[in-house]
Design a binder for this molecule. Sequence first.
Ligand SMILES: C[S@@+](CC[C@H](N)C(=O)[O-])C[C@H]1O[C@@H](n2cnc3c(N)ncnc32)[C@H](O)[C@@H]1O
Length: 220
Amino acid sequence: MFPTPSTSHVDYDQVYEPSEDSFLFLDLLQEERSFIQERFSDSSKLGIPTVLELGLGSGIITTFFHNYILPQALFLGTDVNPHACKTALETSRANNGTRYFDVLRTNIWDGLRPNTVDVLLFNPPYVPADNLGSYESSIKSDDWLDFALLGGEDGMQVTKIVLDQLDFVMRDRGVAYILFCFRNKPEEVAKAMTDRGWSVKKIGERKIRWEILSIWRFSR
Ligand SMILES: C[S@@+](CC[C@H](N)C(=O)[O-])C[C@H]1O[C@@H](n2cnc3c(N)ncnc32)[C@H](O)[C@@H]1O
């Protein structure tokens, strides 16, 4: 069991506090370690792998991934929350993290570039809600925490945009890990993505109180 990165410096009034969803991510990435290392073992032919985390929050997932899963990769993370971007860099540093890590404060869909990503990590805002976080009111109040959880219709509004962009952003050898809650209807998503030519696998799930969280792997 690899240790959980320290986030004791993080101000949870400003940045999403690592929770059961974040910890499920760490546990299942650990189980995926051999698969990932084998897939990206030959960087002499295919280049150094590029890892993109969408919605970094505290940076706990990227830091863990760098420290224990794929230390030789290049890392980029994005978040709409400016405090999250700054905090994620601090988390990396506080845990002996990478020089090869940068952050971009952006909306998820503006941060995607064609054919650039080898590993995509995404713990999205997945809670069904009437709306998403509002940029205007967050700018005014400097409170960005609504963005962390509110996922709009079926909790899928943001995740759907990412799924629709996978063909565009992922390299051929690329692999995406995305978390869902039960109300996101992940089985239906898996079927739709399979029909679009993706190989889809549930790598694990966990029941947390009344919620069932699962993480799915998308590859070609
Ligand atoms: C559930 S939190 C996950 C945080 C962290 N990755 C973790 O696992 O602890 C979702 C993150 O996505 C970010 N986010 C939500 N909607 C976004 C958007 N439209 N553009 C960029 N980031 C967004 C939030 O600010 C938040 O940090």
